[in-house]
Ligand binder design. Structure first.
Ligand code: ADP
Ligand code: MG
Length: 684
């Protein structure tokens, strides 16, 4: 970033801030003018209007002026806590004031005096109540706020006033020097608010309209920065050289699979082989719904590399899944004279040494494993391709670590989470994307039912019927032995009760995350071999596990799961030719989400719905670990701005691939600032 930029100036030297305030601000990470101006409010309080009490209703956050009437009473609550109650009234009506853990209020709130209150209005025990409202006594000379107030994240010793005053000081000194980072043409094209004015209005809005315009402007800037950053990464990668894997005919490999690949599988394999023959490094994401046959596609790519004497590595997120890949792929590879090894965290020292030697000498061509594949002492003779299965489980840095093991291997990422296009633009902006949009033939859609507790007996009968037909059943529960989830079905307990009572005559297995990896594998294997009729499990089975004989899945407390996760779970059945079923047990049989799931088997449609209903958190793991650098923008609410920003970013980079032009210098600074904030690591 430009060292002379006003944004880099230390706030200490800003008139009106000084040493002592600067120290306090530093405890919030605010050191420079730029930090201060981008310390955006997390919310706002509209204090322009003073409400009459009879206008207040449940759910509002409102300002009202009222007199404290009657006594102010503090009483003790269990656990050493206190509650203080009082009544307040204006000409229009009365309400209750409730404060928690502020016992001193029984002295400072004085009956008969008038106060300006601001707080959340609820119904507490059926009575209209302001909960712990801020309050200030009405005295001559004290003006009501009369404006929209920003709400900041605070810390001890730093209150709202300090931040508001500091922002004001910074703005007064710097406003004229703030340079709009956006090219004027863009500002005009999208009717964006002028930069300095937007900065001020984000913090100290004049009115809701100005606030909206200011936010829109800042959000557009963030999304444009993100899009430019991803575009630059893609550009860099396109320049990266990759080993040329000579073109070959995959039919030879397909012949060993035991089934005819679908058109989509052939198409995606074709794209991969072209990538790897191009001389550029492949960085491709394959998205395919559960059961679409991603493993065969990955295996074909690995085969092509190994056929040419190179090595390939397939990394799975769990030991269960890695073992399963090993079991299904090593016999196929053996037919081509390729040696496969399975490397897990639990692999015994001697075996591990043997495998490491084989990988280093090149004797082992194909390495399958968990992230144990990429710990420090593993080295490869000639690693040309790295495949990450079920990518959403891996951080991008893990992907990077793994890539660092080879010279510059091609990278193939497999994801079973269908991601709406707009999101994949952001999440995987640095990858090329192929979609396997066709399921192997003969698959019947999984019939899905949302049912309540009253149906339990019938469901039990249905489970028995499936078992009697020689099929197997998954029963999935959300959590295990958590103290605060006693109402949830805890897996081990639940399995025991099923095994000893309801299904006492059937063979019931258990699988959960707290089991040792060896126990997990054993449970999974037993189920796959058919040694258990029912597998009671947590979501450990969510990813990739394959047992074509399983035809029914019963999911308990289904409302606790995300929609995409339920879809993934459901994908564990319907992998064979038998008709398959998924039963979602829930108290919330009216749930729109669950109905959406029952209504379609199309993962992409479900992903769109999930995005609409729950926001992008599902895709990023959690909101907190969302896209870094986006402070204001949300990837759901601001979809149309994202599209515009991404469109403009492409146009800008096409004309000026390095962002070197004078008019783009502001954008260049934004992008490097954005990456300096840690985003770079994410995408390296
Ligand atoms: P996913 O995409 O969920 O990883 P898998 O690769 O595990 O799916 O494949 C699911 C099942 O479908 C496996 O049992 C696999 O052998 C089988 N399969 C894959 N492709 C085909 C195909 N073209 N024809 C028939 N069965 C297939
Ligand atoms: Mg898979």
């Amino acid at each position: 970033m430009d060292e002379n930029s006003i944004l880099n100036r230390d706030v200490r030297y800003v008139k009106g801030i000084g040493e002592s305030k600067a120290k306090k601000l530093a405890s919030l990470g605010i050191r420079t003018v730029g930090d201060m101006l981008t310390y955006y409010p997390r919310d706002y309080e509209d204090r322009r209007k003073i409400f009459e009490i009879d206008e207040l209703h449940n759910g509002m956050a409102a300002q009202f002026r009222a007199m404290v009437i009657g006594r102010v009473i503090t009483s003790a609550l269990p656990g050493g806590r206190h509650i203080t109650k009082a009544a307040a009234a204006d000409d229009s009506g009365a309400l209750q004031l409730v404060f928690f853990n502020q016992p001193y209020l029984s002295k400072s709130l004085v009956p008969g005096k008038e106060y300006m209150f601001f707080g959340k209005i609820t119904l507490y025990q059926g009575v209209l109540t302001a909960v712990s409202p801020e309050h200030e006594e009405i005295k001559p000379g004290v003006e009501p706020v009369g404006r929209i107030l920003p709400v900041y994240r605070l810390t001890a010793g730093v209150n709202r006033k300090l931040i508001m005053n500091s922002v004001s000081s910074v703005w007064d000194v710097c406003a004229t020097e703030l340079k709009d980072p956006l090219p004027p043409a863009l500002v005009e094209k999208y009717g964006l608010m002028e930069y300095a004015r937007a900065v001020r209005n984000i913090h100290l809005p004049n009115d809701p309209e100005e606030l909206d315009a200011a936010r829109r402007r800042m959000i557009f800037t963030e999304l444009l920065t993100l899009s430019l950053g991803l575009g630059l990464l893609r550009g860099k990668r396109e320049a990266a050289q990759g080993k040329v894997i000579p073109p070959c005919r995959p039919e030879e490999f397909f012949g060993a699979l035991g089934f005819e690949p679908t058109g989509a599988q052939k198409r995606v394999v074709g794209a991969i082989l072209r990538d790897m023959a191009s001389g550029e490094r492949m960085n491709r994401l394959v998205q395919g719904d559960v059961g679409s046959g991603k493993t065969a596609v990955a295996a074909a790519a690995c085969w092509a590399v190994m056929k040419n004497g190179g090595q390939a590595a397939l990394m799975a997120p769990t030991e269960v899944l890695a073992s399963q890949h090993y079991a299904s792929l090593s016999p196929i590879m053996e037919r081509f004279g390729i040696k496969t090894a399975l490397l897990l965290g639990k692999t015994k020292a001697a075996e591990r040494r043997r495998i490491l030697a084989g990988l280093a000498s090149g004797e082992i061509g194909f390495a399958i494993g968990t992230h144990a594949l990429f710990t420090g002492d593993v080295s490869f003779f000639d690693l040309d391709l790295v495949v990450c299965d079920e990518q959403q489980r891996f951080g991008v840095d893990q992907r990077a670590k793994l890539v660092s093991k080879g010279g510059e291997p091609h990278v193939l990422v497999m994801s079973a989470t269908p991601i709406p296009r707009t999101l994949s633009l952001v999440l995987y902006g640095d990858l090329d994307v192929s979609v396997i949009d066709e399921l192997p033939p003969g698959r019947k859609p999984i019939a899905t039912y949302v049912v309540g507790e009253s149906m339990r007996k019938r469901i039990e009968a249905f489970v028995r019927k499936q078992v009697a037909l020689g099929r197997q059943v998954y029963i999935v529960c959300p959590a295990i032995d958590e103290d605060d989830t006693d109402e949830l079905k805890s897996v081990s307990e639940y399995a025991n009760s099923l095994a000893s009572s309801v299904y006492g005559d059937l063979r019931v297995g258990v699988l959960h995350g707290r089991m040792k990896p060896a126990q997990k594998d054993a449970a999974m294997e037993a189920f796959r071999r058919g040694d258990a009729d029912i597998l009671v499990s947590t979501t450990v089975i969510e990813v990739g596990v394959d047992n074509p004989n399983a035809s029914l899945m019963v999911i308990e407390n289904a409302e606790r799961f995300g929609l995409s996760q339920l879809h993934q779970l459901r994908g564990r059945v319907g992998r064979g030719s038998a008709e398959s079923f998924c039963v979602l047990m829930t108290d919330k049989t009216g749930s729109e989400r669950l109905k959406a799931l029952a209504g379609t088997n199309d993962g992409f449609k479900i992903a769109e719905k999930d995005l609409e209903l729950r926001g992008p958190g599902e895709f990023f793991g959690s909101r907190q670990s969302g896209v870094p650098g986006l402070r204001l923008a949300s990837l759901t609410g601001d979809m149309s701005l994202l599209k515009s920003a991404s469109h403009e970013a492409n146009a800008i980079l096409k004309a000026d691939p390095g962002l070197c032009a004078e008019e783009n210098s502001g954008l260049g600074e934004l992008v490097s600032g954005f990456f300096a904030g840690g985003v770079g690591n994410r995408f390296n």
